[in-house]
Design a protein. Structure first.
Length: 136
């Protein structure tokens, strides 16, 4: 193999292959960070933390709804960990976070708190879209 061919192959490796590997690794890392967030958040709702009980009551939601949201978050967290299930899990959690953002926007004095679930919804939507058909 001549020097020009080696240079072309090296360029191909750097420009085409390596970013794909990096992007796949970043996607996997993002999925697992999100999974940890939702596992903790959902578990605290299911366990009945005082904060979550008071928050759901303040928003006017029944107690069973807190448990349902917690169960959906935990289920979504496990779904994010699976290669085949991550697109659907991320999409479902994105919808859940959109609902959380609306809840904060409707609650008096909580509009600024809508930023976190809105940002999570955007990140989850991106993860859902980029996870489709990926090997990671």
């Amino acid at each position: 193999m001549d020097h020009a061919s080696i240079a072309v192959l090296a360029l191909f490796q750097e420009v085409i292959v390596t970013p794909t590997i990096r992007h796949t690794r970043a996607l996997i890392a993002t999925r697992f960070v999100l999974a940890a967030i939702f596992l903790f958040s959902g578990a605290s709702k299911i366990a009945g933390s005082q904060f979550s009980i008071e928050s759901f009551a303040r928003w006017g939601y029944p107690d069973w709804f807190r448990v349902l949201v917690g169960a959906l978050e935990v289920t979504g967290a496990f779904g994010l960990a699976g290669r085949a299930t991550s697109p659907a899990a991320a999409a479902g959690l994105a919808l859940l976070m959109a609902g959380a953002a609306v809840t904060h926007l409707r609650a008096p004095g909580e509009a600024a708190l809508a930023l976190l679930p809105a940002a999570l919804a955007i990140v989850l939507a991106i993860v859902s879209r980029t996870s489709r058909g990926r090997a990671g």
